[in-house]
Design a protein around this ligand. Structure first.
Ligand code: 5GP
Length: 113
């Protein structure tokens, strides 16, 4: 399994990077659904949240921690933001590499469509 996100991690496809460390990469979505739309992905190739293992727990926590740090950097701490993980066909998952969507900068409807 190798997706477009693996190519972004490898630097083979350009992306507007928001954050990077040894465990994860965050970059701006190419088709943003909100004024701020950042994807936070593990460098480890995990297909989706339902494919994660017990050993992945610290990494999964790290993704959420990084997401809220980026939200703060993007000025969303007071206005609010949403974190979304689409898992499988019914959720509209289109890239089989785990990614957390960070959305903000406008009021977001609930429930989602
Ligand atoms: P999903 O629908 O799987 O939850 O989210 C995948 C997201 O990846 C979509 O919002 C889509 O716009 C974004 N995306 C797909 N290909 C690329 C790409 O090559 N670069 C960037 N920056 N985002 C991408």
């Amino acid at each position: 399994m190798s997706t477009i996100f693996s190519k972004i991690i490898a630097g083979k496809i350009p992306a507007r990077i928001a954050y990077e460390d040894d465990q994860c990469l965050a970059f701006h979505d190419i088709q943003p659904k909100a004024p701020v739309h950042v994807l936070i992905i593990p460098k480890k190739e995990i297909e989706r949240i339902s494919a994660s293992t017990e050993q992945d727990q610290p990494l999964l926590g790290h993704l959420l921690f990084v997401a809220q740090k980026i939200a703060e950097e993007q000025g969303l701490k007071e206005s609010g933001f949403r974190l979304v993980i689409n898992n499988g066909p019914d959720a509209g998952e289109s890239v089989a590499h785990l990614h957390v969507h960070l959305l903000g900068g406008r009021a977001l409807a609930w429930p989602p469509g």
